[in-house]
Design a protein around this ligand. Structure first.
Ligand SMILES: [Zn+2]
Ligand SMILES: [Zn+2]
Length: 349
């Protein structure tokens, strides 16, 4: 009986001590907050990299105090860095998995060059990076490897790390498994739209030649756009080759954009002339052909306008994968989705 009491007492004491300890531990950051800043800095200077980064999450004050610059000053001395430092992102101080931590090519001069893929994507530099450094991304090497290469998916920009679902060697057109079906769907839609566009181009030219021989504002643009359609087709085919193999000094997408804009503008006079004469023509001949030709001209105009917008977005370096960026608001996502749609309407880069 007495032994049991002692046991119970001991248990109670242990629980009380633990709870006091827990309370002390919980109020620790607060206590650190209360002492003068110089002393706080002295305490912080004894923390390791992981705990310094963790301190950032305690409150807004430490978030402002513990910046990447502060961490760099703490752990890089005379050009030599604490080896732990390389596992933390230089931009957000997060510690992602090794497969998501890349070497920042822009920080070649600094020994601490780790950038999490999330921050890299948020900067929107994927297309620029691909142009300057190719389709691969250098990961922060761990262990004995000198360098580890990963490839961003060409459809969503997600990093395909070695050992993941993608082959370790960098393929020409990398895509990760969930995106392959989407790419196939988008490609088929693009081909179908391309065929439809060709058919509409033919129909527009035939409509202009068969019924509007005496109307120069329809006949001439119709003929001109028929010729330009073939030029555009050749340029699109050439663009695909040019982008992959050759480095030509003409800015990519400038030629197709100029061509498509010209065709959009050239389709305007037939559209206006046809619409203007629609009512009198129907009244006199009871023929539905003017309505049909107006629809064909309007469809041609719409197609070429959408193409122009898509090529303009490509020209201004919009990355269709930006719709997959993390932390987008609903409005931003919608806007990017619209831009991505316009790009894929014109071309699949
Ligand atoms: Zn980061
Ligand atoms: Zn993907």
């Amino acid at each position: 009986m007495a032994r049991q009491e002692t046991h119970g007492l001991r248990r109670w004491r242990r629980a009380r001590d633990a709870s006091t300890e827990k309370r002390q531990y919980a109020s620790e950051p607060l206590a650190l907050n209360l002492i003068p800043l110089e002393l706080q800095l002295l305490v912080i200077s004894h923390l390791d990299v992981a705990n310094t980064a963790r301190l950032r999450q305690v409150c807004r004050f430490y978030r402002q105090l513990v910046t990447p610059d502060f961490v760099a000053k703490q752990f890089i001395r005379d050009g030599a860095q604490d080896p732990e430092l390389q596992w933390f992102c230089t931009a957000c101080l997060a510690r992602p998995s090794r497969a998501r931590l890349m070497l920042d090519e822009a920080r070649a001069a600094c020994p601490w060059r780790s950038l999490c893929f999330r921050c890299f994507r948020a900067r929107g530099g994927l297309r620029r990076h691909e142009r300057e450094h190719g389709r691969t991304v250098l990961l922060v090497p761990g262990g004995p490897q000198a360098s580890v290469v990963a490839v961003p998916c060409r459809f969503c920009g997600w990093l395909l790390a070695p050992g993941g679902p993608a082959p370790a060697s960098a393929p020409e057109r990398p895509a990760h498994r969930p995106c392959r079906v989407k790419i196939r769907l988008v490609s088929w839609a693009w081909i179908l739209l391309g065929v439809l566009q060709l058919v509409l181009g033919f129909m527009g030219a035939v409509a202009a030649w068969s019924n509007y021989e005496e109307m120069r504002e329809i006949y001439v643009p119709g003929t001109l756009n028929f010729a330009l359609m073939w030029v555009s087709l050749i340029v699109v085919g050439f663009q695909k080759v040019h982008i992959r193999r050759w480095r030509i000094t003409i800015k990519p997408w400038l030629i197709p954009f100029t061509l498509e804009s010209a065709m959009t503008i050239i389709w305007l006079p037939p559209l206006i002339a046809n619409a203007r004469d629609l009512a009198p023509m129907i009244e006199t001949s009871m023929d539905t052909f003017p309505v049909f030709s107006l629809a064909v001209f309007a469809a041609n105009f719409g197609f070429r306008l959408f193409n122009s917008i898509g090529y303009a977005l490509l020209f201004f370096d919009f990355d269709p994968r930006d719709v997959y960026l993390p932390d987008l608001s609903a409005a931003q996502k919608l806007l990017r989705a619209g831009c991505t749609f316009m790009i894929y309407w014109a071309f699949i880069p």
